[in-house]
Ligand binder design. Structure first.
Ligand code: B12
Length: 201
């Protein structure tokens, strides 16, 4: 199934689907980074990744597809008053109650994406979401390694679901950095810890 942008209550979402036949290749992308020593060994960082694996969940052994979903919610603008001056600060939706619930996500998945009745979905909590989004063609990496989705920028939340529904279109895509990042180095010059490199993907 191809990407679609639908407005549902206060959210805008886009999605792409991939066959579970690509799970091994997705895992190999990560294993290759590890082998080449490109993943930080820092134990806190590794702890974030320790449960992540591209594999069919035991709770849905007949899973056929993975759905990558990007949700954009308007950021909240808050005013801080400091020494008589007002400072407007943008708060992404991870940090305020945007109203997005698990039930809304399940409804989007079942009623608007899977559509055919009788199918199951299972939230994929252990996959690498940016990689899945990029490999499914939903988004592209920015030089800063965040995932950008056309029309949404990077201020979005990614989710993934397994389903036993087989979609007709398989969207396997090469890993690429956004064209707009090739000549732009603004994030590089602003990164306080100098983590962003000249490297082009
Ligand atoms: C660990 C983690 C963190 C850690 C570590 C972040 C870090 N800087 O490393 C902490 C807790 C600090 C964190 C913070 C944030 N996170 Co976070 N985090 C994750 C998590 C759990 C895993 C990400 C990860 O490291 N994956 C493993 C790496 C290896 O995967 P990868 O980056 O896709 O790997 C590919 C690239 O490296 C690429 N590659 C290889 N070489 C090169 C070279 C170039 C030039 C490029 C561009 C790419 C590239 O190839 C790899 C694949 O083969 C994901 C959720 C998930 N389940 O995936 C969220 C996630 C990435 N985080 C997210 C967000 C929003 C944030 C914050 C912005 C939250 C906030 N508002 O403060 C901050 C950003 C901080 C920052 N400066 O990066 C979003 C990103 C959305 C997006 N648009 O991309 C995710 C997807 C969560 C979500 N559900 O939406 N996060």
């Amino acid at each position: 199934m191809n990407s679609s942008s639908v407005h549902s209550t206060d959210f805008v979402y886009k999605y792409k689907t991939l066959s579970v036949g690509h799970l091994n290749e997705l895992q190999q992308d990560i294993d290759k980074l590890k082998r080449e020593g490109k993943l930080s060994d820092h134990k806190t960082y590794r702890s974030y990744l320790s449960d992540k694996k591209f594999e069919i969940p035991e709770s849905l052994p007949n899973a056929r597809s993975l759905i990558a979903l990007a949700i954009f919610t308007e950021p909240m603008l808050i005013n801080f008053h400091l020494n008589g001056a007002k400072h407007e600060v943008m708060l992404p939706h991870q940090y305020y109650a945007s109203g997005l619930t698990e039930e809304i996500l399940r409804d989007i998945m079942l009623k608007e994406i899977v559509k055919e009745s009788g199918h199951k979905i299972e939230k994929a909590t252990q996959v690498h979401l940016k990689l899945l989004a990029v490999r499914s063609g939903l988004g592209r990496y920015g030089r800063n390694n965040l995932c950008y989705v056309e029309g949404m920028g990077s201020l979005l939340k990614l989710f993934a679901y397994f389903t036993d529904h087989q979609f007709e279109v398989n969207n396997w895509t090469e890993i690429r950095m956004m064209d707009g990042c090739e000549d732009c180095k603004i994030c590089m010059s602003q990164c306080p810890s100098k983590c962003i490199t000249e490297e082009i993907l």
